[in-house]
Design a protein around this ligand. Structure first.
Ligand code: HEC
Ligand code: HEC
Length: 152
């Protein structure tokens, strides 16, 4: 009986961290939350490698066709946070899955073009044109707790 309880405890102890690991670390930096959450959910840094964030932040004047320019001190704060918590730095859970598909010298600018994303989001076109979804980047349409890092 005692032994069985011990085994159960071990099973629970190994199961719980695995679940916690599925969560993508949420954005905690107030500048990122404010400045990168104006037009869309502030995406978690773990979905792109550090060099992608650097490149993206250098081009905020033409950010996917929008002017998302910011003062240089804000850009520097955001750059430090995003590169410090990037997928190739975190390298576990979803980050590891996404980074596997990034070429060693690749600097993707989109999370939604990563094959790891495509594999889990292989829906018919009608899903993406649904007025409630509109864009692949609209994570919140289907993952209501995405901003907290919950995509399971
Ligand atoms: C002025 C509005 C605006 C602001 C501010 C803004 N973005 Fe964007 N962002 C966009 C638009 C528009 C897209 C393209 C959406 C689409 O095509 O689905 C986009 C797309 C992205 C994507 C790619 C999403 C994908 O498809 O995988 C990333 C990454 C991103 N933004 C990061 C940021 C970061 C980091 C910041 C803060 C520095 C930021 N954005 C601030 C408008 C904005
Ligand atoms: C049209 C709805 C829809 C949109 C929009 C969407 N997702 Fe998903 N996503 C899903 C569904 C459904 C699943 C589960 C698929 C499966 O398990 O096969 C999923 C799975 C995932 C997973 C895998 C979770 C796991 O535990 O394996 C991640 C990570 C993820 N989405 C991230 C994102 C991100 C980041 C965005 C925005 C850039 C996004 N999704 C936008 C519907 C969506």
């Amino acid at each position: 009986m005692v032994l069985r309880f011990a085994i159960l405890t071990v099973l629970l102890a190994t199961a719980l961290p695995a679940t916690a690991d599925d969560r993508v670390p949420p954005v905690t930096d107030p500048v990122v939350l404010k400045e990168c959450g104006v037009c869309h959910m502030p995406f978690q840094p773990a979905f792109l490698p550090a060099r992608s964030w650097s490149a993206l932040l250098q081009g905020l004047g033409d950010h996917f066709g929008e002017d998302a320019s910011l003062p240089s001190d804000a850009v520097e704060t955001i750059r430090a946070y995003m590169t410090g918590n990037a997928g190739d730095v975190v390298s576990r859970g979803a980050a590891r899955k996404f980074m596997r598909w990034v070429a060693p010298d690749g600097t993707p600018q989109r999370i939604t073009e990563n094959p790891a994303f495509a594999r889990k989001h292989n829906f018919p076109q009608s899903v993406w044109t649904d007025p409630k979804v509109v864009a692949k980047s609209n994570c919140l349409a289907c993952h209501p707790r995405a901003a907290d890092g919950h995509y399971e």
